[in-house]
Every structure is written in structure tokens, then in C-alpha cells.
Design a binder for this molecule. Structure first.
Ligand SMILES: NC(=O)c1ccc[n+]([C@@H]2O[C@H](COP(=O)([O-])OP(=O)(O)OC[C@H]3O[C@@H](n4cnc5c(N)ncnc54)[C@H](O)[C@@H]3O)[C@@H](O)[C@H]2O)c1
Length: 336
């Protein structure tokens, strides 16, 4: 199948492209390269441009009139930056998605899989576990852009004969096991990127931001999902798209599904795993939480298992090893 992947030059989009190719599908990338890497588009069908460029979308669909799905990953990332630049985040992530969805439907592509996020869930300090029905309370402009885009997609699906699945990602770690892509420099604000930097001596210490949360050791609790597991969930979402709607037992044209591991891991536990895998004790400091930080959450993934026939397979230790391997490839081969 041909699948349009917006943001296909990014960390997640490029890995989804690899997983699609491994299963015999053809990804078509649309990416402005505002943050993505051109190297990740090599040997792939690639259109450089904006998701809201209607003329470009027309060209893409003229040249590939057999595109069946769109996986919409393109977005500005980053919680702290979104607090500083809300106009840019609301414009890029919401306004442009609205235009994209409408145009895709006009072009006959009415099946959308949307990259959403878990940071829109309200804190549940009792269990820290969230299902798709748990209360939502997005606290930052970035999370609100995802929350609002989900609502737009749901309304469009109901009104315009479209079908959509929003996949709510938890905390991404790791790299493609075949080392075709991984986190790049702008993504080193992520926890594993920082741990790698401290391990490699590029950063003096690792900051454990917040140690007084109501978790088992006081550090934030997260659900660290490996990028390859996440990418494969998208392949299954494409392949089992209609079945997922049949299984849900209602006639809704729109679904939201959590993608995590179903296991809560605290920041301190992740650091311990990193130290065990590398055999190195890192310099660490404990600090106040960052702007917009929450105690955390981990996913109930029953729906993903049932609807998509998906189970995560990569362990945290394997993710750490792949991230370390990718760091070598990135520095030595890609030189950034
Ligand atoms: N990385 C995570 O931990 C995480 C967690 C939850 C959700 N997500 C979501 O997953 C998606 C992908 O994230 P990522 O980590 O790969 O980020 P990324 O920055 O690596 O990738 C985003 C890609 O979108 C492209 N892009 C941005 N705006 C565009 C536009 N207007 N037109 C065309 N291309 C545009 C960028 O150039 C980039 O290649 C995003 O929607 C993000 O919100 C990511």
C-alpha cells in the first residue's frame, strides 16, 4: 500500500517509513525539513514542502493516486518551546492540520492516523495509570495543540465521511534496530538523549527534575516505549484499520488508542538501567521540576492490543543499547 507520511523526515516519521518498507508498503514523505533530516528521506519518495501547501498536496496525489492512508506526524515538538512560542505552535500544529485534513479528504484520502501524545492526560496521583477514557487536562500549548487537533479530526470524521485513529504516544526511547534513523540533535532534549550525552562526556551531569512526586521513589514516572515498537504499531494500524473499527462495536468513525508499554518506570529506575547496561555510574543532580512537568503517567494498553493486534516487544535495556549504537552511527557517519 502507498501511505503518505507527513513529517517522514523526523525521528518518528522516518522510523515509521522503515517499518512500513520492511512490511512491503511504500511510504511517500511530505516534510518541510523545518526540523527533520534530509538523510532520512534517502531512497524514498520525498516531497519537500509544507503540509498546508494545497498545490503540493494536489501534485502528490496526481503522481500517486493510489495513496490509501495518511500518517500525520508533522508538527513542532517541544513543551518548553511551546510556552515561549504559542503562536507558532498553534499555527503549525492546529491550523495547518485543519487545512491538511480537509484537503486530504477532497483528494479522496479519508483515512488518517494522527500522532498524538500522552501529555494531555490529567495527573492521576493514585495509580498513575491512564486509559483512553481517563480525564484530559493538557497543561502546555504543545499538549493543547495535540488535544485540539484530536478534536478537529474527530469532528471532521463525523461530518465528512472520514475515518481517523489518534495514537497517543507515551515516552519515546531507542532507535531503529537496523540503524537507519534515530534521535537527531534537536531531539536531545529527551531523557535518553541526555543520558547518552552525560555518558559520552558532552554534558556534565544528568538532572533528575523533580524528586518529590508521589511515586515509589519520588522521581517522575513515565512509560518508555521503544521507537521500533511504536513504528510497528503504525504498520498494524494501517493493516488492521477497518478491523479496529469493526472490533470497537460502535459505528464511530474515530478512535483514540494509547501506545505505551503498560509498565511504569521512574526516572531514577531508567537511570539505574542505563548505568547497568553501560556499567558506568553517571554524575547526577536532583533539581526542581521544569515548567509544565507532571508526576507522570503510564499507559493502559489493552485497547492497542485488542484493536491493532499489537504488543510491545523491545525491552528498556535493548532500547538503551540501540540508542547508544545510534549515537555512534549519527556522530561517525552522519556527522551531526
Ligand atoms: N518524540 C516524542 O517523544 C513524541 C511523543 C508524543 C508525540 N509525538 C508526536 O510525534 C510526531 C513526530 O515527532 P518527532 O519526535 O518525530 O519530531 P520531529 O521534529 O523529529 O519530526 C517532526 C517532523 O515534522 C516536520 N514538520 C514540522 N512542521 C511541518 C510542516 N508544517 N510541514 C511539513 N513538515 C513539517 C519536521 O521537519 C520534522 O521532520 C509529532 O507530531 C509529535 O508531536 C512525539
Amino acid at each position: 500500500m502507498k501511505i503518505l507520511v507527513t513529517g517522514g523526515a523526523g525521528y518518528i516519521g522516518s522510523t515509521i517509513c522503515s517499518a512500513l518498507e520492511d512490511k512491503g508498503h511504500t511510504p511517500i514523505i511530505l516534510d518541510s525539513l523545518i526540523s527533520g533530516r534530509v538523510e532520512f528521506t534517502k531512497n524514498r519518495i520525498f516531497y519537500k514542502g509544507d503540509i498546508a501547501d494545497e498545490a503540493l498536496l494536489e501534485t502528490i496525489f496526481k503522481e500517486h493516486n493510489d495513496i490509501v492512508f495518511t500518517i500525520h506526524c508533522a508538527a513542532l515538538m517541544g513543551i518548553s518551546k511551546s510556552v515561549e512560542y504559542p503562536f507558532e505552535y498553534y499555527t503549525e500544529n492546529i491550523s495547518k492540520s485543519i487545512k491538511l485534513f480537509k484537503k486530504l479528504n477532497e483528494l479522496g484520502c479519508n483515512k488518517i492516523i494522527f500522532s498524538s501524545c500522552s501529555t494531555m492526560y490529567d495527573d492521576d496521583v493514585e495509580t498513575f495509570m491512564v486509559t483512553e477514557k481517563s480525564p484530559l487536562k493538557p497543561k502546555t500549548p504543545y499538549s493543547r495543540t495535540k488535544y485540539m487537533t484530536e478534536m478537529v479530526l474527530e469532528d471532521f470524521c463525523k461530518a465528512y465521511n472520514m475515518k481517523g485513529i489518534s495514537l497517543r504516544y507515551f515516552n519515546l526511547i531507542g532507535a531503529d534496530p537496523k540503524m537507519r534513523s534515530g534521535m537527531y540533535s534537536s531531539n536531545e532534549s529527551t531523557i535518553l538523549g541526555k543520558l547518552v550525552n552525560v555518558y559520552k562526556g558532552r554534558q556534565e551531569n544528568f538532572k533528575i527534575t523533580g524528586v518529590n512526586w508521589a511515586t515509589r521513589d519520588g522521581s517522575g514516572i513515565r512509560d518508555y516505549i521503544d521507537i521500533w515498537d511504536l513504528a510497528n504499531a503504525h504498520v498494524l494500524a494501517v493493516e488492521n484499520f477497518e478491523k479496529a473499527f469493526e472490533k470497537c462495536g460502535s459505528d464511530t468513525p474515530y478512535l483514540t488508542i494509547n501506545l505505551g508499554t503498560g509498565e511504569g518506570v521512574t526516572v531514577k529506575e531508567l537511570v539505574n538501567s542505563f548505568e547497568k547496561v553501560t556499567g558506568t555510574i553517571l554524575n547526577k543532580v536532583e533539581t526542581e521540576p521544569r515548567l509544565g512537568d507532571i508526576g507522570g503517567a503510564y499507559a493502559n494498553i489493552d485497547l492497542a492490543k485488542k484493536m491493532l493486534n499489537w504488543v510491545p516487544e523491545v525491552s528498556v535495556d535493548e532500547s538503551i543499547l540501540n540508542a547508544l549504537k545510534w549515537d555512534e552511527v549519527r556522530v561517525q557517519t552522519l556527522k551531526y
